[in-house]
Design a protein around this ligand. Structure first.
Ligand SMILES: [Zn+2]
Length: 242
């Protein structure tokens, strides 16, 4: 194992090179969640060739280092103070907190910020207010998307009831009585990820388990669901952290 340095613009990072018999031609680059960059190469590869291969993917490496860093920072419990990042429909918003006893409490999206005006602006109050706002948005948005997606599904004749249910590790579920339960935290995810979860639960109205028939049905309605699921899994910690 050797260590080398990659430079790209004004940035640099060290990376480990491991020569492995397992590989014959390919050079593999991994960016680990803890920010370690690891390069695997076949034993007979020249160091200059390895270096060139790493350089070629420099942009990708730094992008992955940035998202790994974000994931580590934002997976920490939220503090509910001004300046903190919160997600809504897959976008990052900065929290702006203003204490004002003279006006009613409001939450608004204003140019990249979630602006909260509240008579008491301590963390517990802001957390409560924000959570309530997410729920209201989730209720409205999920309902609208379910109706839209369901209207395009030919075997569905009635719009299923929907209920918000906070869950620790799950985005949604479908009850045996045909009611769709959704985690309000899902409103933090990108729109296409939300649609994927809704479609998944809607497909359970026809196929109640994760059988081959279920996945075939899902793929029929969304041929790209595997990629979307992978994306949501990768970001799950960010959106579930409270
Ligand atoms: Zn399922």
């Amino acid at each position: 194992m050797t260590i080398a340095t990659l430079r790209y613009g004004d940035r640099e990072t060290d990376y480990h090179v491991a020569l492995t018999e397992r590989l014959t031609t390919k050079i593999l680059i991994h960016v680990h969640p803890d920010g370690i960059v690891e390069v695997e190469a076949p034993p007979n590869r020249e160091p200059t060739i390895i270096q060139a291969a790493v350089q070629k993917r420099a942009r990708w490496i730094f992008e992955n280092l940035d998202s790994a860093k974000d994931a580590r920072a934002y997976a920490l419990p939220r503090e509910y103070v001004g300046g903190e990042t919160h997600f809504y429909l897959g976008r990052r918003y900065r929290l702006l907190v203003r204490e004002d006893r003279t006006v009613p409490s409001t939450v608004k999206l204003v140019r990249g910020t979630i602006e909260i005006v509240a008579p008491v602006a301590d963390r517990a109050a802001i957390r409560r207010r924000l959570r309530q706002w997410y729920r209201i948005r989730a209720q409205e948005y999920f309902r609208r998307r379910i109706d839209e997606i369901a209207s395009r599904i030919d075997w569905l004749s009635v719009l299923p009831p929907m209920k918000l249910v906070p869950m620790e590790l799950q985005w949604g579920s479908c009850s045996p009585t045909g009611s769709i339960h959704l985690n309000p935290a899902l409103i933090r995810a990108p729109r296409h990820c939300i649609d994927y979860v809704l479609l998944h639960e809607l497909c359970h109205l026809k196929e109640h388990n994760h059988s081959k028939k279920f996945y075939a049905l899902l793929a029929k309605h969304d041929p790209h669901w595997v990629d979307t699921k992978a994306e949501l899994d990768r970001l799950a910690e960010l959106f579930l952290a409270e």
